[in-house]
Write a protein of this length. Structure first.
Length: 402
């Protein structure tokens, strides 16, 4: 814990972590918020899944591209533009009565304009701390991200079931606007200038650690989203129990990220963590009531944040600084698509066989998520005793005043 205390005493670290957490919080709310809202309108999880698929398609197209734009036009202009467009699209979904194709179009625009907060902040981190602090910072960030992916649905589930689905989506919009402004106005966003990459768009994805992290992140977050959907379906659209189960899950993941974040990252690190997630998700299929489901999901949750921390670290250590934003853009896209795909597939399976189908889909995602880093372990660098900072570019990185 001393490592985390030192981090939080470093000027700007606590502020930038909190600001980016709030700005990215809608990432863990939108999929489930759309699911609740559109299922209530069309009485079909399948129809809601189509809107989620359109949103994920937009995210897939735009994530790496908008991240790369930050090296061309600067972080603030890109973040302001995407936040503005995304806010308008989300408000349209929440408030405008439309046919299904209208919601699909609005979801696509929301996905295309998803702000690249994650690539921005992970590009800033190596400029804020020394190399000894970088791996613990990634672990702390991973724990914060797990709050987004697991606690975010808790918030939208409570509001969507106890107040209204419209209020749930608008709450996500409030986080996007408030957190986004705080992050954009942070001094570090104005001080760090990402160099323009000399490589063609998409080349960084060919780096084995980047591709491994993108695919595994897709599967991990897809598993989480499917399980969340199954939990909501298990307790019904109007039950508060789902929110409590997801809250317990969030706490276990946050604790796991802090407890295991200091462990050296060896070549089997990602596979081991994903195996624990798979075991917990599989056991949760056989849960019979509230407490059994909550306790079994603790097993799955305890290694979610540590797995994410490993992904961030191996990518940071494997690419040049000018390519880090695009690399994290691909990883973020994989995770966002995973969230939408997991929820969408789980929705169709729930329609077919019942609530347990959602958790089954989550276990299947986690199984593949364990197999990928196991089979392709040679793509996983050994960071034991190594610096996780990005590879320096051959030219000076300009720093501009805020």
């Amino acid at each position: 814990m001393n490592a985390y205390a030192d981090l939080l005493r470093t000027p700007g670290v606590a502020r930038i972590i909190t600001a980016q957490l709030l700005a990215r919080f809608p990432g863990g709310m939108i999929s489930l918020g759309f699911l609740l809202h559109l299922e209530a309108i069309f009485d079909s999880y399948g129809a809601a899944g189509l809107v989620l698929a359109a949103t994920s398609a937009g995210q897939a197209l735009s994530g790496p591209l908008t991240s790369r734009w930050m090296g061309v036009w600067g972080m603030r202009p890109v973040l302001i533009l995407t936040t503005t467009v995304s806010t308008a699209a989300l408000v349209t979904v929440a408030l405008a009565p439309m046919p299904l194709w209208g919601y699909i179009l609005a979801g696509l625009i929301a996905g295309l304009s998803n702000p690249p907060i994650q690539p921005a902040v992970r590009t800033i981190y190596p400029k804020m701390v020394n190399s000894r602090q970088l791996t613990p910072l990634f672990s702390l960030d991973a724990s914060a991200q797990e709050i987004i992916w697991v606690a975010g649905p808790v918030v939208v589930t409570f509001i969507g079931t106890q107040v209204s689905t419209v209020a749930g989506i608008l709450t996500a919009v409030a986080f996007l606007v408030g957190g986004g402004l705080w992050f954009i106005l942070s001094p570090e966003v104005g001080q760090v200038r990402i160099p323009r990459s000399k490589r063609r768009f998409g080349v960084v994805l060919a780096r084995p650690p980047v591709l491994l992290s993108t695919v595994t992140g897709f599967l991990l977050i897809g598993s989480c989203a499917a399980i969340e959907t199954g939990v909501v379906a298990t307790f019904g659209d109007h039950g508060a129990e789902a929110g409590f189960v997801l809250a317990i899950w969030a706490i276990s993941s946050f604790a796991g990220g802090l407890a295991f974040g200091h462990i050296p990252v060896g070549p089997w690190a990602l596979a081991r963590r994903m195996f624990v997630v798979f075991v917990g998700a599989t056991l949760a299929i056989f849960a019979w009531e509230f407490w059994s489901l909550a306790l079994l999901l603790v097993i799955a949750g305890v290694c979610i944040a540590p797995a994410l921390a490993v992904m961030f670290a191996i990518v940071s250590a494997s690419v040049k600084f000018s390519d880090t934003a695009e690399a994290y853009g691909w990883i973020g896209t994989g995770q966002l698509i995973g969230a939408a795909a997991g929820a969408a597939i789980a929705g169709f399976v729930i329609d077919a066989i019942g609530p347990d189908g959602g958790i089954m889909v989550g276990a299947a995602f986690a199984l593949v998520g364990f197999l990928v880093p196991t089979v392709f372990r040679r793509a996983h660098p050994d960071l034991r005793g190594r610096d996780a900072s990005p590879i320096p570019d051959t030219e000076p990185v300009p720093i501009q005043p805020s």
